[in-house]
Design a protein around this ligand. Structure first.
Ligand code: FUL
Length: 633
């Protein structure tokens, strides 16, 4: 090579190294970063949960484990129709309860006899998991599974013998049905159950030790390395966002736990009645507005949302649930349809170099990002829109591949020649809980994404973002301005509500334990309750005249405490106050995580007296009821 040429090469090398060092060098990751699988998963945003099994036929949330497999016999199950409904609503996948706590396996497993081959459906040749998995494959929809660790049917539950059964079930589900995008390990462990006829309580001590989740995680990683593991005593990739109401319990939301990146998932049923389908649930569906609140306080805080729709006894989704899902799906689509900041001119207080310029915020590309100089303490970026525009939702995303950094941000808009704060910066120690902050919330963490719905719409052509606190130099990939659409109310769906009306309580009198407080369970107020200092405990209602009764509803305390919530009940009726007939007895399952109204129907019976027993209760030896309704005519 001639020396001129050599010199040219040398120059080129110097220029290249120089640009990398001075202009284009990206920041180093900060703290734990998500795996590729977690990044992909977070971008799914939301998907369906499907609870369908023997509970569908027994009107229960938690089956005891002694249910007859013959009950499972949907006349019209159509996995493809269900998957299509989800997909059309904009969901990205679904997770099916292959086995719930009652232990009934809805696929032809070799691990236990208590499975679908014992059901009359398709002459014992049915496989619900297969039908869902195939329908998902056909429609390019992600498929996942829920396999309850707690098994109230298996005689060996609580002993080493059950583990062989359980690991076999994991193996079957992960090897026979194609890719599983997520597997759910529920934390519920209520204690008592059928257990092969023993009908007793079983204590497993630490779930992590008993199930040996370290082993379970290794098993899954070797069978399906791309599968997101939910739960598993904190050993998985994702965990519960802390309520079954569908909000991420706390905002600011950090994806960092024990020096690892952990994704959060908020779960909720679309129907107030619970996770499984219940007769007459049509009138209890959550409205599209409510679902938007759920979305903003889950996905909008940086978590994923799993929304449950339960097939009914025919195997079809409930029309009221579908109508609400569709209306919410439309709202969400419209919300995200137009980003008014797209292509806007952006000017930053500083940038790290050409590759990290402010224009990356509005290029609609999720991987590119704006990064200011390390020395810029409160970096700011100003967007100039082409013309004055009205918006009421702001969306921000961090480049999470480099870790989660931002602790607080502020957004201002130029209104009448002055900067007006439209999102106030979050202060240390402040947090949002439940659905607060859905409108007019502050700017705390960003993470995968944050959606903030302003207290009121703003019209402007200049918007300014300031990162007020950050653990490391911020790397922001998107800054979007959106508009919340109006609600198109779902078409009213005729509900096949079977329960007769709630009887009016005027003139009733009460006796039994803490009888003076019994009226508080009939006062129509959720914040007052019947509370007896012991369990078992009961009270008697004298309705003063005979009615034909057909059911009742129990609303557990709503004050955030679980103390004295009735977990097992008995109801007796009488016409004379001395001869009693038991009309219903059972369990209120899952109240700890989902303390919603429990509606119980029984065969019609004439009675003047109603006696409610709390025979077992959560946490301590009290009994309580926020509200009781008696149905009849
Ligand atoms: C809970 C369970 O106990 C419920 O029955 C339901 O499956 C819900 C998704 O998780 O922990």
């Amino acid at each position: 090579m001639k020396w001129e040429n050599m010199l040219k090469w040398l120059l080129l090398v110097v220029v290249c190294v120089g640009t990398t060092a001075w202009g284009n060098k990206g920041p180093r990751p900060y703290g734990p970063v998500p795996t590729e699988q977690q990044v992909r998963w977070l971008r799914m945003e939301w998907y369906a949960f499907v609870h369908f099994g023997l509970n569908t036929y027994t009107d229960r949330e938690w089956g005891y484990g002694d249910e007859d497999a013959k009950l499972f016999n949907p006349s019209d199950f159509d996995a493809e129709a269900i998957v299509k409904t989800f997909k059309e609503a904009g969901m990205r996948g679904m997770i099916y309860t292959a086995k719930h706590h009652d232990g009934f396996c809805t696929w032809p497993t070799k691990s236990t006899k208590h499975n679908i081959t014992q059901s009359p459906w398709k002459g014992g040749k049915g496989d619900v998991v297969r039908e869902f998995a195939d329908a998902c494959k056909k429609h390019d929809f992600a498929f996942g599974t829920y396999l309850s660790p707690w098994d109230r049917n298996c005689a060996e539950y609580g002993r080493p013998g059950y583990l062989r059964v359980y690991y076999k079930q994991i193996e079957e589900l992960l090897t026979q049905y194609g890719p599983i995008f997520e597997i759910w390990f529920d934390g519920a462990m209520g204690g008592d159950g059928y257990y092969g006829g023993a009908r007793e309580g079983r204590n497993i001590g630490s779930a992590d030790n008993y199930y040996n989740y370290a082993r379970v995680v290794r098993q899954i990683r070797s069978l399906q390395p791309d599968c997101i593991i939910w739960g598993a005593a904190g050993r998985g990739d994702a965990t519960w966002a802390g309520s079954e109401k569908g909000f991420a319990r706390h905002y600011p939301l950090w994806n960092v736990r024990n020096h690892q990146w952990i994704c959060l998932e908020a779960d909720t049923p679309i129907n107030h009645r619970g996770w499984f389908w219940h007769p007459g649930q049509g009138g209890h569906v959550k409205t599209p507005e409510h679902l938007m609140q759920v979305y903003l306080s889950s996905v909008g805080r940086g978590a994923n949302l799993i929304l449950n729709l339960a097939p009914n006894r025919d195997g079809r989704l409930d029309p009221a649930d579908v109508a609400s899902l569709q209306a919410f799906g439309k709202m969400r689509r419209e919300l995200l349809a137009q980003d008014y900041a797209r292509g806007a001119k952006a000017r930053a207080s500083s940038t790290r170099g050409r590759k990290f310029g402010a224009s990356r915020l509005t290029d609609g590309k999720i991987e590119s990002y704006w990064c200011p100089k390390d020395s810029d303490d409160t970096p700011t970026v100003e967007l100039e829109l082409e013309k004055p525009t009205t918006f009421d939702v702001v969306r921000l995303r961090e480049q999470i591949r480099l870790g989660q950094r931002v602790e607080a941000f502020q957004v201002e808009a130029m209104v009448n020649g002055e900067w007006k704060t439209i999102i106030h910066p979050g202060q240390p120690g402040e947090k949002e809980d439940k659905f607060d902050g859905v409108r007019g919330g502050k700017g705390h963490t960003i993470g995968n994404q944050v959606l903030r719905w302003l207290a009121e719409p703003v019209t402007t052509d200049r918007v300014r973002l300031t990162i007020t606190r950050s653990k490391a130099t911020p790397c922001i990939s998107e800054f979007s301005l959106l508009c919340m659409p109006g609600v198109t109310q779902p078409e009213p769906v005729a509900s096949e509500d079977t329960a007769a009306g709630t009887l009016p309580v005027e003139g009733w009198s009460y006796s039994g334990f803490a009888a003076e407080k019994a009226p508080l369970a009939f006062d129509g107020r959720e914040d007052t309750m019947w509370e007896a200092g012991k369990c078992p405990a009961h009270f008697v209602v004298d309705m003063k005249k005979e009615h034909t009764l057909s059911g009742f509803a129990y609303l557990p305390r709503q004050d955030g405490s679980t103390r004295g919530m009735t977990s097992r009940y008995r109801v007796e009726l009488s016409t004379d106050g001395s001869n009693w007939t038991k009309v219903s007895e059972g369990e209120f399952g899952n109240l700890r995580a989902n303390p919603v109204e429990q509606i119980i129907s029984f065969p019609e019976q004439k009675a003047r007296y109603f006696r409610f027993f709390s025979t077992a209760a959560l946490d301590g030896d009290g009994s309580s009821a926020a509200e009781i309704k008696i149905y009849g005519k």
